[in-house]
Design a protein. Structure first.
Length: 714
């Protein structure tokens, strides 16, 4: 284990070195972040998932830098360029930028103007001029005229090319210019002529400039996307006169003819070499920063969506609405099993309203339906209105469900494997129904990028995005826990320590041998070894187990502690779980061991009080305003209830039931300045908004929350 890495991470995250060391040791032993956060608090000092993730990611970056350092040292050694001083500089480099700057003069290059000049033997002339101690530069240059170098001007030009490269590779010059870029660089964008029609949505950036360090991530992403689409030109530049002044102070040592040659080389170096290099560097940095913020927004939105309140195990009739193609109906039992499907045509052009109503009423009675899930896509509001007017002979709730991603699931290999005998319309309706019952269990089957809760998700670094989203899904799955005997392969694969292969093995074993009678029985699954059991067991639930602790988040490694607690009171474990007064008699200090400290013991008592408690909020029914069905129904100053469907760095999108989400810009969320909309709103939050502007041509709606009284549940 690298002690230097431990110190760096400790200093950056402001935590104790022992916490970093213990965490990294657990990771090396195969522990997952959810497992470490939940069951190894004594070892890490109670670090949460956010800090644990930061430790893991920083370690990976430090290891990547060390690998690059080793490559550079190896290359320099092979080329006979490594000196003791150079080696010390490379070893002491603290950032990748420093490392590359040190290596830059020695890095193998393709043919350059400087290398051509050096090949002609002009290196000595460049040194004479750079020294600026001789003023007879023409006479000095004349000595280098030969068959290859035709004139004094050619010799001086070649020498300037060499000097320009020296300047561009000077660590201190690059560092000073970097600081100038950091303070004063402007990001500019301008429209490419002839692209006016295509670039309409980027009109705000047709002629735009802003200090780069103050540019919000969403603006940077918008400009870079437009540039990639060939619609805008984007440039990042500091004041050129300031940059040249810095270089002049560094490299101009006199005021003679030699200095004039050096000054010409310096200007050339900046425009041809330094500026393009540093602009690319700062462009990449701006992109990385914008990527990180966009990925954070996406991950937090995804977390809120996955942790949305579940309806629970109910008999559900799901409707995937449509006009011409009809509305697909499916009936699901309490476990989400498909029992029946058919199609009705209540909307134009068929208008079979009465027949459709009769069919729904018949299915509600036949399958003892408790809830109706209605997709919020095409014909969603019309279908909702029809269902709301219906009267059933039993209590039935009707809920509009966000169907983003349902079509992706319905055409996926996962859906084909699950429903090989049904078409995409049936699979999509099933997904809508199951999403109402348990959003988490259903959404894990869909690529998170297809769920539609991100900001520029197709423009960011896809590897980093996938990693962050996978972390988020895993965090949510393990926070809720998974029922071992009903969970899908996709859900099981996100449980700590399991993964896709073991998840398939679990499903195969369950299909062959029936339900698992206990947590311990999962050990019989092929390749489910001790390490996998250690990592996974606490997050798996077996509701029908004879051992009541198998229904809880108490890890099997701590069962003996609970038994000891119960024995100390002369009762059974189930009595301890059922009686708060008994639990209050326990002095947890009496049960502290080398491996189980007070944090673990407190978690155990909390879990005994509410075994297997779902951390998600309770489900509640929401209704849009009657009569407001399309964007044409909206009128300025109208106040409407809505649901937050997406949160970005610049605001939140809200669904008020008109098939087109509207934007509440962050300046319209509250009177006070709002830096981060996510600090004030949550995905699926129910709010009230006032219509500020409706642009029918562009299908854009602007809302405000300022001055609008919010519901208590907001």
């Amino acid at each position: 284990m690298n002690e230097q890495h431990i110190k760096i991470i400790s200093d950056e995250l402001n935590i104790e070195p022992r916490q970093v060391k213990s965490t990294l040791l657990l990771f090396e032993q195969g522990a997952t972040i959810p497992f470490v956060a939940r069951y190894r608090k004594e070892m890490t000092g109670g670090l949460d998932e956010l800090v644990l993730t930061a430790i893991r990611d920083r370690k990976e970056k430090l290891e990547a830098m060390d690998k690059r350092r080793e490559t550079i040292l190896s290359t320099l050694t092979e080329n006979g360029q490594l000196t003791t001083e150079l080696g010390q500089q490379i070893e002491a480099a603290e950032t990748l930028t420093d490392l590359e700057d040190i290596y830059l003069p020695y890095r193998p290059k393709r043919k350059t103007r400087a290398s051509v000049a050096k090949g002609k033997g002009l290196d000595p002339l460049a040194k004479i001029i750079m020294g600026q101690r001789r003023d007879d530069v023409e006479n000095a240059a004349a000595q280098f005229v030969n068959a290859e170098i035709k004139s004094v001007d050619d010799a001086l030009a070649g020498a300037r090319d060499i000097i320009a490269e020296w300047v561009s590779e000077n660590r201190y010059a690059r560092d000073k210019l970097r600081r100038l870029f950091g303070r004063q660089a402007i990001i500019q964008s301008e429209l490419i002529k002839g692209k006016e029609d295509e670039a309409g949505k980027y009109k705000n950036y047709w002629e735009f400039d802003e200090l780069l360090r103050k540019a919000p991530s969403h603006r940077v992403m918008a400009m870079l996307r437009a540039e990639n689409e060939g619609l805008l030109r984007v440039k990042i530049t500091p004041p050129e006169d300031h940059a040249l002044a810095i270089l002049e102070r560094m490299f101009i040592k006199s005021d003679g003819k030699a200095a004039d040659q050096v000054w010409a080389a310096v200007r050339d170096s900046y425009k041809r070499l330094l500026f393009p290099s540093l602009e690319t560097e700062f462009r990449n940095q701006a992109k990385e920063k914008a990527d990180a913020e966009a990925i954070h927004v996406f991950s937090e939105n995804l977390r809120q969506l996955l942790m949305a309140a579940p309806l629970g195990q109910k008999n559900v009739l799901a409707i995937d609405p449509g006009f011409r193609t009809g509305c697909k109906l499916v009936c699901l039992d309490k476990q989400g099993k498909l029992l029946h499907n058919e199609t009705i045509y209540p909307h134009p052009p068929q208008n079979e309203v009465k027949k459709s109503i009769n069919k729904i009423e018949q299915l509600v009675g036949a399958y003892k339906i408790e809830a109706i899930a209605i997709g919020n896509g095409t014909a969603g509001r019309e279908t909702e209105r029809m269902v709301k007017y219906m009267r059933f002979n039993r209590d039935v709730i009707a809920v509009v469900v966000n169907e983003n991603g349902a079509s992706v699931y319905s055409a996926s290999a996962v859906a084909r494997e699950e429903f090989p005998d049904y078409d995409v319309t049936v699979r999509g309706a099933v997904s809508i129904g199951r999403r109402l019952m348990d959003p988490l269990a259903e959404l894990v089957k869909i690529d998170p990028k297809s769920i539609g809760v991100g900001q520029y998700q197709h423009d960011v670094n896809q590897t980093q995005l996938a990693k962050s989203l996978e972390d988020t899904v895993g965090s949510c799955v393990n926070a809720v826990g998974v029922e071992l005997n009903t969970a899908s392969k996709q859900l099981l694969s996100f449980v700590s320590g399991i993964g896709p292969v073991l998840a398939q093995n679990i499903i195969g074993y369950r299909n062959e041998h029936g339900a698992f009678p206990s947590r311990d029985s999962i050990k019989a699954v092929p390749r489910f070894g001790p390490k996998a059991y250690e990592q996974a067991a606490g997050f798996l639930r077996v509701s029908d187990s004879k051992n009541p602790l198998d229904k809880s988040a108490v890890h099997p490694e701590s069962y003996h502690i609970v038994k000891k607690m119960a024995k100390s009171l002369g009762v059974k474990v189930q009595d301890l779980m059922a009686d708060e007064q008994l639990r209050n008699k326990i002095n947890i200090n009496d049960f502290v061991t080398e491996n189980a400290g007070l944090p673990t013991l407190r978690d155990i008592l909390t879990e005994l009080a509410k075994p297997g408690r779902d951390p998600r909020e309770k489900f509640g029914v929401f209704q849009f305003t009657e009569g407001i069905n399309t964007i044409k129904d909206l009128v300025e100053d109208m106040v409407l209830p809505g649901i937050v469907t997406n949160i970005t760095a610049f605001g939140a999108f809200v669904d008020v039931g008109v098939h087109q989400d509207g934007l509440v810009h962050k300046s319209k969320i509250r009177k006070e300045y709002v830096h981060d909309p996510a600090q004030h709103l949550k995905l699926n939050q129910r709010i009230k908004v006032k219509v500020e502007n409706v642009d029918l041509d562009r299908k854009r709606i602007q809302f405000t929350m300022v001055g609008v009284e919010q519901p208590r549940y907001a």
